[in-house]
Design a protein around this ligand. Sequence first.
Ligand code: ADP
Length: 469
Amino acid sequence: AHRPTLAMIDEARDRFESHRWQAGPIIAGEAPAGETAEMNNPARQHDIVGSVTWASAETVNAACAAARPWEADASERRKVLEKAADLYEENFGEIFALLAREAGKTLTDAVAELREAVDFLRYYAGQAEGAPPIGVFACISPWNFPLAIFTGQIAAALATGNAVLAKPAEQTPLIAFRACQLLHEAGVPETALQLLPGAGDVGKALTSNPAVGGVAFTGSTETAQIIHRAMAENLAPGAPFIAETGGLNAMIVDSTALPEQAVAAIVQSAFQSAGQRCSALRCLYVQKDIADHFLRMLTGAMDALRIGRPWHISTDVGPVIDAEAKAGIAEYLAVAEDEGRILKTTTTPDTGHFIAPTLIRIGGIADMEREIFGPVLHVVTFEADEIDAVIDAINASGYGLTFGLQTRIDDRVQHVSDRIQAGNIYINRNQIGAIVGSQPFGGEGLSGTGPKAGGPRYLDRFRKHAAET
Ligand code: ADP
């Protein structure tokens, strides 16, 4: 409905360039005082984006006590969630500013993210019906899609009539706070949606509180396992746990692939969002016959990437989320450099938390390493007769989120897709996340519990089923 023009985006930048937001717990009862912190812009030094008051264990208890499932009938819930989608769209300028300044999102990423959030609201609104809710749902979200995933979880739990206790990631409380305000403005009751900004300790208090009837989580596989244990010890037996976690995503490029198409897909999949997407491409398998030529094309395309300030219209790659993320990735790259495995790196601005898009060689087809959550791509070559060994190596990681194949051999498409264990398989195109409604997103194995977000069955686990009622 609202298609922002460049002039509108410019105006929003002027308006919000030095704005300071304030955030804190939003609870239906009285919020106890808490510690505060300042949030900084990951792309710039000395740019304070706002301040936040953190929730405490007492805040979590107060919110649990005040939570009430949303009793309005399904048509009313649908109307309110649709209204929230409208408000998100109308406030695009402030949302882009928050996504850029708090989360380092480029304009391209911010547009895609707002769209996904709006799609989640409208799609789940359309599935609101009279089935009974679970009760109180904890929604714990990550910083890499601070609007889309945050909103998607909440919209799912609200569409099904649950009360939501939302805990955004500690890196992105400001955007979560603003989104929560818009949901309330649209008509979601304060007792049905409360916000608890904080770190892992707040998440832990939440997932151990017996008032909580179910948990929706997106984040690391390790945290998912911790939450699963906390729920088993403290929550009612059978409390639903919906988890979407990491990936170690691969792409195979064989000697028949269209090189321009494959290179474009790789650059976008590995480096867009500075590689900070669970769907991002981490390891590339290139058939040896074409490797020299192909890697020259790929590194040429990397040279053309523009790395810089998120607000600039020409920026392709923004910063990573914070100093800690940067330090962790830099340490990993330093080891690779010592080992002489860096095939290509690029330059970055010298202020802010930037990591240069980097291509690293790995030893053998079974040597794929752990998930590095940044603009770092691994590459390894394979011989024509090794395709099954490559498939086995990819499946052996235990993750199963996204997978890409670039080939012009029809039989190979069938052969590989039948064997690869991955929730989302992309043939001759880039590896992307959800297209709400038409392309539900989610993984297998260590990557998540299913059902897929943005798909027809996702809401099932937010509802009580006949056998339980
Ligand atoms: P990431 O690597 O994306 O930061 P995390 O799994 O650490 O992944 O974080 C995802 C979300 O889980 C964040 O909101 C974080 O605060 C929360 N979290 C971290 N530790 C815990 C925990 N022990 N219990 C509940 N939530 C947690």
